[in-house]
Design a protein around this ligand. Structure first.
Ligand code: PHE
Length: 339
């Protein structure tokens, strides 16, 4: 076949293909493959100089003809796709992809809270939310921490006024829950935001979340706390995790414990557990008789256990997050990974 014939064959084929395009993107890729600088037509034209003179004339004409025909067919096609009308005469390309609406996601902390709440709900705990701005009385005094008590040093506090403060822990909710439920037995968790006047670092933020747990009733012992927390820890951290209690001190529990879970390094030593094989996840203990009394219960009748744990920590462990400040820095590049 002569080059001229090849060119007219190409022209026919290209025009035919153009009929099948339905979107601006289709038309553009059609243009690239037929009319583009590296397209088929250009490929054939590049062979012109090698032809004998008489063939060259015929092929040259065919090439011009094809080029013009394809170019005007292309222009028409583009115009017809663009002119799909919006009704008000405005041209709109109905084939353009739509703008997908941005879908939000739950914050990592909220996801962790839901997980914790789900596990405790399965053990009969209800969620009891209390205030974030508290009185000195609830945050400290009713929890057996009088003014001037040295234990106040455990919580560096941000005060709003002389007796109003941002709660430093969720424990004041214990009193609020007890005052609401007494003398009935209760089983609640108290999730919420807490604030401390901290030097902010990779390990501590001035604002963070805690979940407090509280059970009051007949025959509740430290073993009850151990059983409940063990069941929680295995669902939260995995069935192979072990748990241990270590003696500790809090003014509102007696006895008091720190609750540790075994580290995934299994004691081989890692930076997370600093080689100890254990990770501290919660404080806890038996509710102090004075605190029970402040909540309206008779400590000769009932006993209770309480615990209080951080919420960011489990997420940090699960996702290996290197810096707690990322949680509330509002950097979407971080947050979207969990959405
Ligand atoms: N409120 C304590 C803290 O923030 C934790 C705790 C809660 C300890 C309940 C014992 C009982 O450190």
């Amino acid at each position: 076949m002569s080059l001229a014939d090849q060119i007219s064959e190409l022209k026919a084929r290209a025009l035919n293909t153009l009929q099948g395009t339905t979107s601006a993107a289709d038309v553009e890729s059609w243009r690239v493959s037929y009319l583009g600088r590296r397209g088929e037509l250009a490929g054939l034209i590049s062979r012109l100089p090698t032809l004998p003179a008489e063939e060259k004339r015929a092929a040259g004409q065919a090439a011009n003809d094809a080029k013009n025909a394809l170019q005007s067919a292309y222009d028409e096609r583009v115009a017809s796709i663009k002119s799909a009308s919006r009704g008000d005469g405005e041209a709109v390309d109905v084939t353009l992809p739509g703008i997908p609406p941005a879908v939000g996601g739950l914050h990592l902390t909220r996801q962790t809270l839901y997980e914790i709440e789900r596990i405790f709900a399965s053990m009969g705990f209800s969620v009891f939310e209390t205030r974030e701005v508290e009185s000195d009385e609830y945050n400290f005094e009713l929890l057996n921490i009088p003014p001037e008590h040295p234990a106040r040093d455990m919580w560096d506090t941000m005060y709003v006024s002389e007796d109003v403060l941002l709660r430093t822990h969720t424990s004041p909710g214990q009193i609020r829950a007890m005052r609401k439920y007494h003398p009935e037995p209760l089983r609640v968790i108290l999730p919420g935001k807490c604030h401390r006047y901290e030097a902010v670092s990779a390990r501590s933020e001035s604002m963070f979340y805690q979940v407090e747990g509280l059970a009051v009733g007949h025959g509740i012992t430290l073993a009850s706390l151990k059983g409940v927390f063990q069941a929680f820890a295995q669902q939260m951290y995995g069935p192979d995790r072990e748990m241990r209690f270590r003696a500790s001190y809090f003014p509102f529990t007696e006895p008091s414990v720190e609750i540790d879970i075994s580290c995934t390094c299994e004691g081989r030593g890692c930076t997370l557990c600093k080689g100890t094989g254990w990770l501290e996840v919660s404080g806890g203990g038996m509710v102090h008789p004075t605190v029970l009394r402040n909540g309206g219960y008779d400590p000769d009748e009932v006993t209770g256990f309480a615990f209080g744990m951080g919420v960011e920590r489990p997420a940090i462990l699960k996702y290996d997050i290197d810096d707690i400040r990322r949680f509330y820095a509002n950097d979407l590049r971080f947050l979207q990974q969990f959405a």
